[in-house]
Design a protein around this ligand. Structure first.
Ligand code: GLY
Length: 266
């Protein structure tokens, strides 16, 4: 088994814009504080860099309030990148903003183009053996089928699964910790979608900790979920807690804030 699904040479991030106060949210729990979000974002980037990776910081895009959540714009694989087609109308243009930055690193860029295709990176979990894609309010079956046809020539197998009702993205509820270990909420794991993996459950009441990321030797976990943090630590992983209070107001977590990948040598 390789480790390409959690060891990366590169990440791309985008600084939050002042328009972040207009970001999408399922429930309004208050306006995000830009200064606090910027401080958390800087901590996040420092943690990624501390693992030795190259981290690109793109400038804010005020026309796109949710553009700090770059993960939704692309799927980056060792062979090439697929440019997504976000299902949120206000986010559709974010993918084209990301494409040139990936084209600078990848020779093979494949966009989702179907007018009826919708798919966001937050619904995609890449493991060592397969790519799981959750159907959600943002990702439809047509989008998954189009993505499947684009990555099949690269040798990737896609499995369509279901994001739990009322949950923004599939990865709102799960993260890859290593080649065979998944951190998952109990509600998602109960669907059976991880039956071939070892599963660590988030602690009761700490479901929001599920949106963590394994990045090289670190697991970045949103701060404020000590029981889940301790479960991950007890399983032998190195944990770094990152403040996420402001992104959480917009249903965002650790995975949403970066594209993580190792582009082929050119
Ligand atoms: N606020 C993140 C999203 O709804 O896509």
């Amino acid at each position: 088994m390789t480790d390409a699904s959690y060891r990366f040479t590169h990440a791309i991030t985008r600084r939050p814009a002042a328009s972040i106060t207009r970001g999408l949210r399922a429930v309004d729990t208050g306006s995000p504080d830009l200064a606090v979000m910027q401080a958390h974002h800087a901590d996040y980037i420092a943690a990624l860099r501390s693992t030795g990776a190259t981290v690109v910081e793109l400038p804010p895009l005020d026309n796109y309030p949710d553009s700090v959540f770059v993960e939704d714009t692309a799927l980056c694989l060792p062979q090439g990148a697929v440019i997504m087609r976000p299902g949120a109308p206000s986010r559709l243009g974010e993918a084209a903003e990301m494409a040139p930055h990936l084209a600078a690193l990848y020779a093979d860029i494949r966009p989702i183009t179907g007018a009826g295709s919708y798919i966001e990176g937050g619904d995609i979990l890449v493991t060592e053996t397969e790519i799981l894609v959750g159907r959600s309010a943002r990702t439809n079956a047509v989008g998954i089928a189009e993505m499947t046809s684009l990555v099949a020539p690269w040798g990737h197998k896609v499995r369509e699964v279901m994001t739990p009702p009322g949950v923004l993205h599939f990865k709102t509820d799960c993260s890859l910790l290593d080649g065979d270990t998944i951190l998952s909420t109990e509600r998602l794991a109960a669907s059976g979608c991880f039956r071939d993996y070892r599963v660590i459950h988030t602690a009761p009441g700490e479901e929001a900790a599920a949106n963590s990321i394994r990045f090289n030797d670190l697991v970045l976990v949103p701060a404020g979920f000590p029981a889940t943090r301790d479960r991950i630590t007890a399983a032998g992983f190195g944990v770094r807690e990152i403040g996420n209070s402001e992104c959480a107001k917009l249903d965002g977590g650790m995975s949403c804030l970066s594209l993580r990948f190792s582009p082929p040598a050119r």
